[in-house]
Design a protein around this ligand. Structure first.
Ligand SMILES: [Zn+2]
Length: 269
C-alpha cells in the first residue's frame, strides 16, 4: 500500500544510480512538476533512528515488566515535555525516513500495544495535557471486552488526533501465518473493520510479541507504510517494516531518558 521502498528493489537501484536517492515526478493539472525524493532501503536504514517508546499495561498492581504505574507514566510524559521532546506521528516518521522531511526538534514516538482500556482513560489525557499525541495498536479480538477499549473509545482517540494502528486479530505472531487464510484473518479483515471504526485508513502495524521474519515483513509491506518491532535488529531490505521500539519498564523519568539514549543513540536527527 503506497510503499515506495523495498518492493521494486532492483528497479529502484536502476533509477537511482549510486546516489541512493530517487526522484519521482508528479505532474499536476497545470503541468507543474513536483519532484519528491524517495530514499532507497539502504538510505532509510542509514538514517538516525527516532526513539519509539512502547507501553502496555498502565496499572498500580504491577505484575510484570510490561506494566508501569499511572504515576510513573505521567512522570515520563512530563520529563519528555520538560526536556523539549515533541511527540511525532507514524506519518511524520515515514515522511522523514522516505522523503527526508524535517522533524520537530527532539522527536519521540509514544506507542501502546494491546488495546487496554487505560490507554484511553489514563494515557491519552496525560499526553494531551502536554500537547502530545500517541499511537495505539489494536488487537481487534478485544473490542468491547472487559479491561479493553470499546470501539467508541478507539474512534474517540482517532478523533482526538492520535493514530490507530493494527496489532493483529488475536495476537498470533506473524511467523505463524502460513496460508492466505491466516493473513486474511490476522491482517486483511481486522484492518478493514478497524478502518470502518476510525473512519480512515489504518497504515501502521505492530508485530505481536515484536517477532518478525523477512518473509513476514515483505508481506506486511503490501498492507502498511510502517511496521514496528521491539528492540531487535532491523531488516536491511525492509527497514520500514522493522522499525525498532523500546519497551518502557517501571523506571524513573531520568532512567527513561538514559534508556532512550542507550537504545537509539545520541545522533542528532
Ligand atoms: Zn501485544
Amino acid at each position: 500500500m503506497g510503499l515506495v521502498v523495498g518492493c521494486n528493489h532492483a528497479d529502484q537501484r536502476r533509477r537511482t544510480g549510486n546516489s541512493g536517492v530517487a526522484t519521482n515526478s508528479v505532474a499536476g493539472n497545470d503541468s507543474a512538476v513536483v519532484k519528491q525524493t524517495i530514499n532507497t532501503p539502504a538510505r532509510v536504514y542509514a538514517k538516525p533512528e527516532v526513539p519509539v517508546l512502547c507501553y502496555h499495561h498502565i496499572a498500580d498492581d504491577r505484575k510484570s515488566d510490561y506494566e508501569v504505574s499511572p504515576t510513573t507514566f505521567t512522570s515520563h510524559i512530563k520529563i519528555l515535555a520538560d526536556s523539549g521532546y515533541h511527540s511525532i506521528s507514524p506519518t511524520q516518521l515515514y515522511d522523514y525516513l522516505v522523503h527526508n522531511k524535517v522533524l520537530p526538534e527532539k522527536p519521540v514516538m509514544i506507542t501502546f500495544d494491546d488495546s487496554r482500556v487505560e490507554h484511553s482513560v489514563i494515557a491519552a489525557p496525560a499526553m494531551e495535557k502536554y500537547g502530545f499525541r500517541g499511537v495505539f495498536f489494536i488487537m481487534t479480538i478485544t473490542y468491547n471486552k472487559k479491561n479493553y477499549m470499546t470501539t467508541d473509545q478507539i474512534a474517540q482517540l482517532a478523533k482526538a488526533g492520535h493514530t490507530i494502528g493494527l496489532h493483529s486479530w488475536d495476537h498470533t505472531m506473524v511467523t505463524k501465518y502460513k496460508e492466505t487464510a491466516d493473513w486474511q484473518k490476522q491482517v486483511a479483515e481486522p484492518k478493514k473493520k478497524l478502518e470502518k471504526i476510525v473512519g480512515k485508513g489504518v497504515e501502521y502495524w505492530a508485530y505481536p510479541n515484536g517477532v518478525y521474519d523477512h518473509k513476514g515483513a515483505e508481506e506486511l509491506s503490501k498492507y502498511f507504510k510502517l511496521s514496528f518491532t521491539l528492540a531487535t535488529k532491523r531488516d536491511s531490505i525492509q527497514p520500514l517494516q522493522t522499525i525498532r521500539r523500546m519497551i518502557v519498564p517501571e523506571c524513573t523519568p531520568q532512567g527513561l531518558l538514559k534508556s532512550m539514549r542507550q537504545t537509539f543513540g545520541k545522533k542528532k536527527i
